[in-house]
Design a protein. Structure first.
Length: 116
């Protein structure tokens, strides 16, 4: 599941970059609610990226990885669009992306390795 490693690394990179930027340039560009949303969203994105990188070595977790990757991508794309442009083109995508992420986590629990 090399794709999970690459997508996870990209989510970790973008999430970390936005979190780091929120302490200097973004702090002056965004109002307080948007800044807090950017910090929370970027931290969650980085965590999901790390999760995908960990799942890259677990072939039994491919469906969980697909769901987490898709949900994280949809959720953060719309969240950052709202934060950085002020536009709300597809507000319903944010909670749908979040639900897809959660379903991925549930799939991960269900697909847990069997102990001998």
């Amino acid at each position: 599941m090399r794709w999970a490693w690459i997508v996870g690394g990209l989510h970790g990179l973008v999430g970390s970059a936005i979190l780091f930027l929120s302490f200097h340039p973004l702090r002056d560009m965004l109002d307080a609610p948007a800044l807090e949303l950017a910090r929370a969203g970027s931290a969650l994105q980085a965590i999901q990226g790390l999760t995908l990188m960990l799942l890259a070595g677990a072939s039994q977790s491919q469906w969980a990885a697909i769901l987490i990757a898709a949900g994280t991508t949809a959720w953060t794309a719309m969240l950052y669009t709202i934060i950085f442009t002020g536009q709300h083109p597809l507000d319903e995508v944010v909670p749908i992306g979040g639900m897809i992420m959660l379903i991925g986590w549930l799939a991960l629990i269900v697909l847990a390795p069997k102990t001998p």
